[in-house]
Design a protein around this ligand. Structure first.
Ligand code: CA
Length: 244
């Protein structure tokens, strides 16, 4: 849908990714910027919500690290405004371990979130995984070797176009939600553990992140309907549409 930048062809892995950091706390902003620069990324920092929206629309960053609590407009509103103009992968930083905040964040178009305090190592790992997912999405969209769509019950997943329909209606998913759905739907009626989903979708081996999986499953259920993904308490999730 975003045809603003020609993602076709092979831009090459050498082009550094641009990451926009929107964070009003100077020590955190500086620490993040230094660490991401050290990873070889181009980094720009905005210190409030409106400046963040302006910078996002001007820079068209490959990803954003966005604090929720910001002066002016908050991170949720920043996400809404940016996603309305141009789809951008967003890793949201939340101050509290508050699932409502996370779900609203995922609902307005953030791809992933981390709860403060976090380690820079984890931030880098999450961002790398996010950029890989976005990369895979871009490659899939331009690949002539289209994989056949996956159809399970009312759900049709077009892996080449990265589009999902339920009962003929298109459902818009973020790259993270899409990969999570493909993992589950690729093995219907099979329970996948949260640890496995975390490792496969997030490339994140530390099981401390399993609540991330739970939040994204909730976001998927909100978009696709509550009856497709079964929770196996204490274990994981299984894709089991009623009509399949
Ligand atoms: Ca803040």
């Amino acid at each position: 849908m975003s045809a603003s930048t020609p993602a076709a062809g092979a831009p090459g892995p050498s082009a550094p990714s641009t990451v926009l950091v929107v964070e009003d706390e100077p020590t955190i902003a500086t620490a993040i910027a230094q660490r991401l620069s050290a990873e070889g990324w181009r980094v720009e920092v905005a210190r409030d919500g409106l400046a963040g929206v302006d910078a996002a629309l001007r820079l068209k960053p490959d990803a954003m690290v966005l604090d929720v609590m910001l002066p002016g407009i908050d991170g949720l509103e920043v996400t809404r405004r940016v996603q309305a103009e141009q789809p951008t992968p967003i890793l949201m930083l939340t101050a509290r371990d508050d699932e409502t905040d996370m779900l609203i964040g995922l609902g307005v178009g953030a791809d992933d979130y981390m709860t403060k305090p976090f380690s820079m190592r984890e931030l880098v790992a999450r961002l790398k995984a996010l950029l890989r997912r976005v990369d895979r999405a871009a490659q899939a969209a331009t690949s002539p070797e289209a994989e056949a769509p996956l159809a399970i019950g009312e759900v049709v997943i077009d892996r080449a176009q990265r589009r999902v329909h339920r009962a003929g209606t298109e459902v818009h998913l973020t790259p993270t939600e899409f990969e999570l759905l493909v993992m589950l739907a690729g093995q219907p009626k099979t329970v996948l553990t949260r640890e496995r989903l975390l490792a496969e979708v997030w490339d994140w081996a530390d099981a401390s992140g399993t609540r991330t999986v739970d939040s994204h499953i909730k976001a998927l259920r909100r978009k696709l309907g509550p009856d497709l993904i079964r929770t196996v308490h204490g274990v994981g999730y299984a894709f089991e549409p009623p009509s399949a």
